[in-house]
Design a protein. Structure first.
Length: 170
């Protein structure tokens, strides 16, 4: 796969409360993380993205098209919420792995090993860190690239995708 370069859309994820889960469920969490990883890879790859870095339960992914990153994020959240992790002792409503997702588009270059583009990568990380579990936050830069394409040929009410403006953040 050719790595996107120039104006790239990044999708970063993190499991909310993963350290606490690891402490509370040391025997059962590895299987849940394995299932999480499978869901992540399937959604990312089926939407033409690729994982360029994984640290623990966090994923750093790149996409050529912003709308594909948004579709991957939606697919991740839907599949994780319907695929309950079997963490012993928890009721169904409490045992879903909750992932926070941040999406941002900006300039970055693939150097053969990773992406160079500090400002873009830092902003993506900040967007992701502002989210809570089961939430997808996207920057205005990514929104402007994907919004018309996600609704092409449809009225806004005809799509299952909606956006809520949370205002500008510094």
């Amino acid at each position: 796969m050719n790595k996107p370069t120039g104006n790239v859309t990044f999708l970063f994820t993190d499991i909310e409360g993963s350290t606490r889960l690891a402490q509370e469920f040391p025997e059962s969490l590895p299987a849940a993380i394995e299932k999480h990883h499978a869901i992540m890879h399937k959604a990312i790859e089926s939407n033409n993205g690729f994982v360029f870095e994984k640290v623990g339960d966090s994923f750093c992914c790149a996409f050529e098209k912003a709308e594909e990153a948004v579709k991957a994020a939606i697919q991740i959240q839907i599949n994780l919420s319907s695929d309950v992790c079997e963490l012993s002792g928890l009721e169904r409503k409490n045992c879903v792995i909750k992932v926070r997702i941040g999406i941002h588009s900006g300039n970055a270059e693939w150097n053969g090993n990773t992406y160079m583009g500090y400002i873009t990568l830092a902003r993506t990380a900040r967007v992701m860190s502002a989210a809570y579990g089961e939430q997808i936050l996207i920057s205005n830069d990514a929104y402007e690239l994907c919004y018309p394409k996600l609704f092409f040929g449809k009225e806004e009410g005809e799509s299952n995708i909606s956006f809520r403006d949370l205002g500008e953040r510094g």
